[in-house]
Design a protein around this ligand. Structure first.
Ligand SMILES: NC(=O)c1ccc[n+]([C@@H]2O[C@H](COP(=O)([O-])OP(=O)(O)OC[C@H]3O[C@@H](n4cnc5c(N)ncnc54)[C@H](OP(=O)(O)O)[C@@H]3O)[C@@H](O)[C@H]2O)c1
Length: 179
């Protein structure tokens, strides 16, 4: 598959490398081709491609990482409003970048919560997530991105302020009804 990634930072860089290793075509849209991030990635994997971009990343956090910067909407919905006709899927925001390299926790795989209004697009994103080791949980429509953006806040609170560190991930437990 052809995958375009905005930014070559921690999240984008790690996902891009993982998908490239699984033979997808990966192109990073970056604002500075000379940045350390770009240079580091280009050195690690010569098959990664880089180009121009004038879009922005995915979690609307305040600078202190304690709150969401948007009220009554989500950045995913804002992107959908701005990018008319685009099929927006919210994903990859409820787990730490460093964990994306290894999504196995004992006998479990980390869950990836995704949402969006276009079912085929969600299927594609779900397959890309499964490809790199996630279990995928469909959370419904794009409006539910508000929940996922709050879930990111919980991850940050646990990892940073409650000092659990980055080796944590969310998992939805399931069982057959016993009542
Ligand atoms: N880090 C995590 O564990 C984590 C987990 C879940 C979700 N997220 C979310 O994922 C997003 C990226 O996080 P990150 O940790 O990967 O950040 P990062 O390492 O700082 O990387 C951000 C990337 O976005 C680019 N960028 C920033 N502003 C831009 C703009 N106005 N135009 C074009 N490119 C721009 C940066 O380009 P330059 O290299 O030119 O600065 C950089 O490549 C954030 O929304 C974050 O909230 C992060």
């Amino acid at each position: 598959m052809k995958i375009g990634i905005i930014g070559a930072g921690d999240v984008g860089g790690t996902l891009g490398k993982s998908w490239r290793q699984r033979k997808h075509e990966v192109m990073f849209g970056v604002r500075n081709l000379q940045s350390q991030n770009v240079q580091r990635l280009a050195k690690m994997d010569k098959s990664l491609r880089f180009g121009d971009i004038n879009e922005a990343p995915t979690n609307p956090l305040t600078p202190d990482l304690k709150q969401l910067a948007l009220e009554d909407t989500s950045v995913a919905e804002r992107i959908a409003e701005l990018a008319k006709g685009a099929k927006v899927v919210k994903a990859f925001n409820t787990i730490g970048a460093k964990t994306l390299n290894n999504l196995t926790f004992g006998s479990d795989r980390a869950d990836l919560f995704i949402c969006g209004d276009d079912t085929p697009s969600k299927r594609v994103v779900g397959e890309l997530a499964t490809d790199i080791g996630f279990d995928v949980v469909d959370v419904g429509s794009l409006a539910n991105a508000r929940m996922l953006e709050n879930l990111a806040l919980l991850w940050i609170e646990l990892a940073l302020r409650q000092q659990l560190g980055p080796n944590i991930a969310f998992k939805l437990l399931r069982r057959k009804a016993d009542f």
